[in-house]
Design a protein around this ligand. Structure first.
Ligand SMILES: Cc1ncc(COP(=O)(O)O)c(C=O)c1O
Length: 395
């Protein structure tokens, strides 16, 4: 390994959501006695330094002392295009890229463009919370369709249930691919069925692929737009370098809209809100990671895979605990239904006895009850500390 992911950076007092703001967030919801000594392993950013190439590119941009209006260069678009071709065998036309400040606001823009208040939007739960909070904020009706667990405790689609939901007149479906939480890499078969159902019921398919780059073992992310039948569907994808390279604070994401009619409608809405493309520093950093970030990413994936292995080995020894090994992403879904503890009891034990802040499962809808989400994009020492705290909480 040439890059050290072992290094521990002090992130307290850096305006970090994960390390500073979490105190307010958790205190608002739970009675926490000693929040200053709680270890945060919750929100999805990494405790790893970003690739040096991003820092160098941003520094270089800083050497020019003027930060006037800027635009996204053709070289940056080409870097994005080449990355997705190289890593995912997905050809994206440069004209299809629409730049946005994040995947969540991009989903909001897409829903706002193609739905009217009162329309139905379907999601598969448990899922990343903005999948329901954004549509609700736009006065859309959210149709939750629970995923089911396979014998190996991996989430799967129940297509009969999904079709029932689509029959009730759903306008849009928001897909999380790979899925968060649970880290499922959807198979070609699943994606093809999904696309086919969207075509059959004329449902707009919004494909959030933010976790696409972090995939383990033999799994391979398949971009929704590349599956058979995708050319007949109304698909808009959302992609970003922010989970991949720990750049969430730069605020950079892309919408991929190959369909010209859909693209033009999105661009009109973006203009109506006066939304601009990325800022100059984000553009510099993003271009650099897409051009030269492969090695960092490959090594990061290997490092996190070892963290996951360790967590699995340690926590699976505890009564009533089952670690669901993710196929993608550094967020691990832990099933504690076997302990018989309620979510309130579990969170109280974690925060006050173990001094560990994890994400409670119901944050991802009622279907997440009995689960916790733990973030393993951190140095191994932090994982060991987290595991000890988890054990203490349950002792
Ligand atoms: C599925 C999914 N989509 C979007 C986001 C956040 O996207 P952004 O920060 O670009 O708004 C996350 C963050 O964890 C996520 O898990």
């Amino acid at each position: 390994m040439t890059i050290s992911f072992d290094e521990i950076y002090e992130r307290r007092n850096t305006n970090s959501l994960k390390w500073d703001k979490f105190k307010e967030r958790y205190r608002a919801k739970y009675a926490v006695e000693d929040i200053d000594n709680v270890l945060p392993m919750w929100v999805a950013d990494m405790d790893f330094a970003v690739p040096q190439v991003a820092i160098d590119a941003i520094k270089e941009r800083l050497n020019h002392p003027i930060f006037g209006y800027s635009y996204i260069s053709d070289a940056c678009k080409e870097a994005i295009q080449k990355w997705f071709k190289r890593r995912h065998n997905w050809h994206i036309n440069k004209e299809a890229l629409i730049f946005h400040s994040g995947v969540v606001p991009a989903i909001a823009t897409i829903l706002e463009t193609f739905t009217e208040p009162g329309d139905k939007v379907c999601i598969s739960t448990p899922v990343y919370p903005p999948f329901f909070t954004i549509p609700k904020g736009l006065k859309l009706e959210v149709v939750e369709c629970d995923l089911v667990e396979s014998e190996e405790h991996i989430y799967e689609y129940d297509f009969e249930k999904l079709e029932e939901a689509f029959k009730s007149g759903v306008k849009a479906y928001v897909l999380c691919s790979p899925h968060n939480p649970g880290g499922v890499v959807w198979s070609k078969d699943t994606l093809e069925k999904l696309v086919q159902l969207c075509v059959q019921y004329d449902v707009l398919l919004i494909s959030d692929e933010i976790h696409a780059d972090i995939v383990f073992d033999e799994y391979k992310h398949i971009p929704t737009m590349t599956v058979e039948g995708a050319d007949k569907a109304k698909i808009i994808a959302c992609i970003a370098p922010t989970k991949t390279f720990n750049l969430a604070g730069l605020h950079a994401a892309m919408i991929v809209a190959e369909n010209v009619k859909l693209r033009n409608a999105l661009l009109r809405n973006k203009a109506a809100h006066g939304l601009d493309d990325w800022n100059a520093l984000a553009a510099a950093g993003v271009q650099a990671v897409y051009e030269k970030g492969d090695e960092w990413l490959d090594e990061m994936i290997q490092y996190v895979a070892k963290n996951i292995q360790y967590l699995e080995q340690e926590l699976n020894q505890l009564d009533g605990i089952r670690v669901i090994r993710p196929q993608a992403s550094y967020l691990v879904w832990v099933d504690y239904r076997g302990t018989g503890l309620s979510e309130e009891e579990m969170m109280d034990r974690l925060l006050n006895k173990g001094k560990l802040a994890l994400e409670p499962g119901t944050k991802y809808s009622e279907a997440g009850r009995g689960f916790l989400r733990i973030n393993l994009a951190c140095p191994f020492e932090t994982v060991k500390d987290g595991v000890e705290r988890f054990k203490k909480a349950l002792s």
